[in-house]
Design a protein around this ligand. Structure first.
Ligand SMILES: Nc1ncnc2c1ncn2[C@@H]1O[C@H](COP(=O)(O)OP(=O)(O)OP(=O)(O)O)[C@@H](O)[C@H]1O
Length: 326
């Protein structure tokens, strides 16, 4: 959006994004892994960062958390450059890390009380244990918790300080389905009722689809697309699958960009109802796989083709900024 558009359509004092990155780059040694990432995450938004192993998700998140120094670009998190965040800034951020390995000898409630003392206005630890379903384990040593229970404790520790921005790095790994469901309700409540902004990385596409207002797909250190799950499905032009059973009982399936035409043709050719007829719309998984394959292909061919839009760029990193901000 150009500045004239902004003046015309935006509120008089639009809130700045909670997370903003422009042209973020990262190089390990002489290996570049982020190639100019742009992100805008608004207050109260649940934002998921998806991408294959090695895409650069953790690197991006660690830079935003202030744990890793970037090589280049501009970054602002809660109005501060994370490279210069102080304790007050850190207190406004919640991290759900991959388990608190140094605290195995603590008891669950003790550890939560201890963490609560770091913050000016912490949540009540007993209430929080109930929220994450660990009341029955309050007196247990952390090292005696199951994997899923420890992950719930990670979540409790991440939100005890009432963070404005919560980073969730693969938060439900090891959760059973019910614990995952309860965790999703908790994240929805935090975002909806308390206006907490959430940045989630996950390999669970159903989780991203369920929780995220918007999703960014990061492949090979570039954001290939940003949008709601429905927008991404439309942009990726992933095809629907039509299933039916032939007159001789053979199950059939066909992928098509125009399912309504195929269904019409089937009806036109059939003498009566079509048994087993089913139209399956593209899922986020279809979209994801489509984009990852297309991005791999584009990178191999070096043609600047963007899988998110089907547009051809000039291979310039700035070109894909148009896609990202769309
Ligand atoms: N400390 C490091 N030193 C050198 N290279 C690193 C370092 N950390 C990550 N990398 C490399 O940077 C690239 C991006 O890694 P990163 O961990 O950010 O990816 P990711 O998207 O989080 O992957 P995953 O889904 O597997 O967690 C990978 O090629 C990885 O090998």
């Amino acid at each position: 959006m150009n500045s004239a558009d902004t003046a015309q359509h935006a509120a008089p004092h639009p809130a700045p994004p909670v997370v903003r990155a422009r042209g973020l780059t990262m190089t390990y040694g002489d290996t570049p892994v982020l190639h100019g990432v742009d992100l805008d995450i608004q207050r109260g938004e649940v934002f998921a960062l998806l991408g294959p192993n090695g895409a650069g998700k953790t690197t991006t998140v660690e830079i935003l958390e202030g744990f890793r120094r970037r090589s280049g670009g501009e970054v602002s998190v809660l109005g501060t450059d994370p490279a210069h965040g102080d304790d007050t800034w850190r207190g406004r951020i919640g991290l759900v890390l991959q388990s608190w390995r140094d605290h195995r000898r603590w008891r669950v409630a003790e550890l939560l009380h201890h963490f609560a003392t770091y913050y000016p206005d912490p949540r009540d630890p007993a209430e929080l244990l109930a929220v994450v379903g660990l009341t029955g384990q309050a007196g247990r040593l952390v090292e005696r918790l199951s994997g899923g229970q420890r992950r719930r404790l990670d979540v409790a520790l991440g939100i005890v300080g009432r963070p404005e921005l919560l980073f969730l790095d693969e938060p439900t790994t090891g959760f059973d389905p019910q614990a995952r469901h309860e965790f999703h309700l908790l994240v929805e409540r935090l975002a909806r009722d308390e206006g907490v902004t959430v940045l989630l990385t996950t390999h669970d596409l159903a989780e991203a689809e369920r929780l995220a207002d918007r999703i960014a797909m990061l492949v090979g250190g570039r954001v290939r697309a940003v949008g709601t799950p429905a927008e991404l499905a439309r942009r990726a032009a992933a095809r629907a699958e039509v299933r039916w059973t032939d007159r001789d009982g053979t199950p059939r399936r066909e992928r098509t960009a125009d399912p309504s035409r195929l269904v019409w043709e089937l009806h036109r050719d059939a003498a009566g109802p079509i048994p087993g007829l089913e139209v399956r719309r593209p899922t986020l998984e279809d979209t994801y796989l489509h984009m990852v394959h297309a991005a791999d292909r584009a990178d191999r061919e070096g043609d600047g083709h963007d899988p998110a839009t089907g547009e051809h760029g000039n291979g310039d990193e700035n070109e894909s900024a148009e896609v990202r901000s769309a």
